[in-house]
Write a protein that binds this ligand. Structure first.
Ligand code: ATP
Ligand code: LTN
Length: 335
């Protein structure tokens, strides 16, 4: 890794096959950053178990997610792509940061409120402390920038507060990270309820497009997408959330501006518009899906990537972890 380049860190939970929202809001942007920055992209399996997971499914989802990172265009030679649980430094730093995080702060997190409502039978301590682990992920690598969707902004602000608090107590230790949120596509909404974000754990399969959905399924889901009783393709998130969401998807997939999209569909009904959006998504995902299928055949190659990148990440993580342990007063092992 080059010393001069800034550091980027981000992660996704292997809690299911990722959606078009995850892809357009985060993963697609990551691929544009790999030359300019030193990038680490994690599969946050430790975060995923804050909600009950079937072990065999989690194992499959984690490997699939790593392959999807590569299939989307992340070069495993240029980026450190790895499993969170392979670097024990994440858990070790998270414990220390737990001691610099207040209950009141965690209580205010909207993701915790949402998930504890959704999983009311399993409101565990891990779910509550989730943001301190996320702060550890980021701070462990002296990260400059964190590319995420809008929903993660609150967690990132907390990570910054924790870093500043630690630095104020123990002297300069952590780089204070900045969010990196794209202007278009940072919050893709559900196709069935455009006031809710598209989520991979939505029970309604029509609400989200999985990035591995086949073309027919994609077309069917877009045809069924909830719009409004109007017929005009106009960008107005407040009054026309469904249509505006489809426009956002089309814009990120084609690179067109909202103005250009409005002109293209002037005088046409929603039917042809929805079909065009679906086709653009199918084309956007086609190369990724092809590459994924290819990678899935080469288990040995994937195993090598997993091993090699885990070693790199462990090496990088150890530097900050030792520094932090020293600052808080843990006795070092003499060599
Ligand atoms: P879950 O439903 O299991 O909680 P999720 O779909 O919200 O998961 P995460 O793994 O938590 O996905 O998020 C991975 C990345 O995708 C994060 O950067 C997050 O901000 C981004 N992201 C998630 N949902 C969307 C969305 N609807 N639009 C844009 N970005 C999103
Ligand atoms: N909390 C994130 C996933 C995540 C993450 C991170 C993102 C865990 N650690 C560090 C960016 C940086 C989520 O739920 N999307």
């Amino acid at each position: 890794m080059s010393e001069q380049k800034k550091v980027i860190f981000s992660g996704m939970q292997p809690s299911g096959v990722i959606t078009l929202g995850n892809y357009l809001g985060a993963l697609k942007n990551w691929t544009n950053l790999q030359d300019e920055y030193n990038c680490l992209y994690c599969i946050v399996d430790m975060h995923a178990i804050t909600v009950r997971q079937d072990p065999a499914v989690l194992r499959k989802n984690s490997r699939d997610l790593l392959m999807l990172y590569i299939a989307a265009g992340l070069d495993p030679e240029k980026n450190v792509i790895y499993m969170q649980s392979h670097v024990s430094g994440h858990a070790e730093l998270a414990w220390i940061l737990n001691c610099f995080t207040y209950m009141g702060e965690l209580n205010r997190m909207t993701q915790f409120k949402d998930k504890s409502q959704k999983h009311s039978d399993n409101v565990n301590v891990g779910l509550f402390a989730y943001p301190a682990l996320m702060a550890a992920d980021i701070l462990l690598y002296q990260t400059d920038l964190v590319p995420v969707g809008v929903d993660q902004k609150q967690h990132l602000e907390l990570a910054r507060d924790i870093a500043i608090r630690f630095n104020n107590t123990h002297g300069d230790t952590f780089k204070v990270p900045e969010p990196y949120i794209s202007k278009v596509g940072a919050k893709i909404m559900s196709l069935q309820d455009p006031t809710k974000k598209m989520s991979k754990s939505d029970e309604d399969t029509n609400a989200s497009v999985s990035i591995l959905d086949d073309p027919d399924t994609i077309v069917r889901k877009f045809k069924r997408a909830v719009t409004d009783s109007d017929t005009v393709v106009r960008f107005d998130p407040e009054n026309k959330p469904g249509v505006s969401n489809l426009m956002t998807i089309y814009s990120v997939a084609t690179g067109m501006t909202m103005q250009q999209i409005e002109t293209e569909f002037e005088g046409q009904g929603y039917g042809s518009f929805k079909l065009k959006v679906a086709e653009a998504v199918v084309e956007e995902l086609r190369p990724l899906q092809d590459k994924f299928k290819q990678l899935a055949k080469d288990k040995t190659y994937i195993d090598t990537i997993i091993k090699k990148n885990a070693e790199t990440a462990n090496y990088l993580a150890a530097k900050t972890l030792r520094k932090v342990q020293k600052k808080v007063g843990f006795v070092p092992i003499s060599r």
